[in-house]
Design a binder for this molecule. Structure first.
Ligand code: SF4
Length: 91
């Protein structure tokens, strides 16, 4: 993979506003969030990751996002496969 492709894979907060970026299926988002909640890098008060600084409650919903420590990975789903995750991640 070229450096340019790697950069495109990295999730950014503004990806939420891109029309061609879908949402992780809720089951996978919950699984990712569960891993984060049990990680020493997780800050429960803000739901932030000390490693990447991201708000994990949001980041887990982006299909191309991944854990900087390799604890969970991106999922390869197309926009048409993904459904918008409007449910609260804590439910
Ligand atoms: S993204 Fe990775 S390092 Fe950060 S809180 Fe989640 S599991 Fe831990």
């Amino acid at each position: 993979m070229t450096k340019n492709n790697e950069e495109q894979k990295e999730a950014r907060p503004w990806d939420f506003f891109k029309k061609n970026v879908g949402r992780t299926p809720i089951e996978i988002a919950k699984e990712r969030y569960s891993i984060c909640k049990n990680c020493p890098q997780f800050v429960p008060l803000t739901t932030q990751c000390k490693e990447c600084g991201c708000i994990m409650k949001a980041k887990v919903k982006l299909p191309h996002a991944s854990c900087p420590l390799g604890k969970w990975d991106a999922v390869d789903i197309t926009f048409s496969d993904s459904k918008k995750v409007e449910e609260d991640i804590d439910k």
